[in-house]
Design a binder for this molecule. Sequence first.
Ligand SMILES: Nc1ncnc2c1ncn2[C@@H]1O[C@H](COP(=O)(O)OP(=O)(O)OP(=O)(O)O)[C@@H](O)[C@H]1O
Length: 268
Amino acid sequence: MTAAVQVDGVSRVFGSGAGRVVALDDVSLTVAAGQFVSLIGPSGCGKSTLLRLIADLDAPTAGSVQVFGRPAREARLAHEYGIAFQQAGLLPWRTVRANVELPLALAGMGRAGRRERAEHLLALVGLADFAEHFPDQLSGGMQQRVAIARALAEEPSLLLMDEPFGALDEMTRERLQTQLLRICAETRAAVVFVTHSIPEAVFLSDRVVVMSPRPGRIREVAPVTLDRSGSLEDLDALRTDATFFDEIATVRAALLEGVSLAQAEGAG
Ligand SMILES: Nc1ncnc2c1ncn2[C@@H]1O[C@H](COP(=O)(O)OP(=O)(O)OP(=O)(O)O)[C@@H](O)[C@H]1O
């Protein structure tokens, strides 16, 4: 089966001379179709850069990125992606509903279908009552939820998310994490998800990619084995399950090891 994402020997260097930054150095990663993969690591280790390369918002200095077997550019033009980044990136002159409908309108979907889908998505992220509001009438967290609804609009086969829940309060964050898992199970979308939270990465992911900075590298890919096949209540119950805490400890150890290895190499 074709991988959702195939990153081969990718490097990305910014600047030159004294200002040269090796944001990514020879990074390779495969994300299978339907798989949920998180990128975690200290600030500046290249998580966002890697996501932007997969999204074709930037081009690698060396190496290649394939999405569903074709170059990232082609995949983007074929609307394979849904993207939700740190900044919600909503159009301020459009209502919440119109923002969510935008990708559907661009894809040529009729008015009634668009409206129905937008209502469903806004209900999913808990914003059904805010459809006629404008983005600047919402809190940052609510804007982020609109961006998530928009990213899901076209039922993409690949979702790229850069700390989408970072600005949310803990309860909303947990609710959206659970909903995201449900949506992914329904749509079988693959997800590449950047986060600073180890529990979030563990709760959501089939695999957690641990990165380290200067130069940005993949240190370890930790598989997570949690049974996410149950109901929404079962999923929530996982948060207090011993296996969840065991997996957190494993990823945490990998992260600490990655950082100390990077420091040792930097010193050497
Ligand atoms: N457009 C750019 N021009 C110059 N340097 C850049 C650019 N984008 C990223 N960098 C550098 O590349 C490195 C990796 O940045 P990136 O944003 O990918 O890290 P990150 O792991 O996502 O960090 P954070 O967790 O803080 O968001 C950093 O040193 C950053 O300064």
